[in-house]
Design a protein around this ligand. Sequence first.
Ligand code: NAD
Length: 481
Amino acid sequence: MTITGADAYPALKLHIDGEWLDAGQRRLFQVRHPASGQVLADLPLADTADLDRALDAADRGFRLWRTSTPEDRAKVLTGAARLLRERGETIARNATLEEGKTLAETRIELHGCADLFDFYAAEAKRLYGRVLVRPDGERSLVVKEPVGPVAAFAPWNFPIHNPGRKLGAPIAAGCSVILKPAEEAPASAMAVVQALLDAGLPAGVCQLVFGVPDEVSRHLLASPVIRKCSFTGSTSVGKHLMKLAADNALRTTMELGGHAPVIIFDDCDFDRTLDMLTLAKARNAGQVCVSPTRFYIQDSLHDRFVQALTERFGGLRLGDGMDPATQMGPMANARRPDALDALIADAKSSGAQLLTGGERIGNQGYFYRPTVLADLPAEARIMNEEPFGPVIATARFGSFDEAVEQANRLPFGLAAYAFTENGRLANRIGAALEAGMVGLNVTRMAYADAPFQGVKHSGHGSEDGPEGLAACLVTKSIHQQ
Ligand code: NAD
């Protein structure tokens, strides 16, 4: 498999205090193309002096940006959205090179990020307070202020949109940000930051650092400069960061792991449900926090639906994401196929039927066959641990209560789905599912204007929508005469 045009992949740098910094004497991390394993470039990793410089710049950047007008902030965000769209093909191509998903997917991601910046440009102008009238000319002002410098950590699975989410709302609120995206997909984050700088974001408002994750988070979260920690990633790392944040009394927004239940009733629109779920499951080879994972299918429908799902999902065309014919790309890194092998071996030994897939493809890159496992017992690891890969695991249910009990059984509560043509049943299941986001006859969860969040061990706080902006603000009451 050859990488088309990998020569255009950019030189990788940190961005601190208005300056792009290359490797120098810094440690390096090799960024690879997941379809081939080929090294794309070396990424410089921040050392302690870099992080201290970033903290100092973020402190100054915050003092400057908090006094900017809503119009200043809106101008930067709409300008960046326009530049992202203009540069879209190059950015999407580099995102596919470093993350592996198809070009069609990285293009959608790019537009999602631009739409989010446009949304927050408008929302920045709606940061209203209120005035309360008291006797004798006294009054109380309730005002919203930016929380302060934010330390933000974004994962590799949406290399453009995740950094956009970590930057859009804080910038609209008047915060400065130190962003540490995933080391596996740095060029996309660089492009998002470059668009903001080219649109006029002042030096110091946004720092971009890469590094050894635990080193960076410990250093930043202990600093008196930082006032908020925003993290997207696994539940275990999120809990670790919450502990670090607690020591410094930081505000937190946590978008953590999920294990989305999908309840398929026997009165669903069979073909539409099959289409939507096949597409949703193939997206980014299942490496999506809201990916449908535990399929609970009504007894009377189970076998027919699973047979159709096996044909459709098992028949997807895998390949390099750069190839327009590819329907599903590789996994993003070497850790994922190893993790899936272990979960699938456990599922088979617990009595599940392997209907398709269940193995990697070749020894080049990180390809994994789309997999369907049927009739999983509740104790199988895959029914309890997020697979984060192209695996569908099914189980049967008889009654509504049984389906709800299985769906809500885990400590996760990010996304949940149900498919039925019965409106009353849809209302009941929507109310019963313990999740931050519920899809009823739909699989799309992310919109610029709607909050995105989990409950239980899937996190707290929202991104996107007005709620994402509110999460970057503090409230102050001023009583005066
Ligand atoms: P991981 O738990 O090692 O890392 C998850 C993310 O957290 C990565 O981006 C990583 O760079 C970052 N990270 C790890 N340790 C950190 C630290 N001490 N400080 C700051 N950041 C840190 O897992 P992984 O192998 O990269 O990804 C697999 C698992 O992560 C999946 O099973 C899934 O649960 C989770 N994940 C979730 C999302 C999401 O959108 N919620 C995205 C990517 C990964």
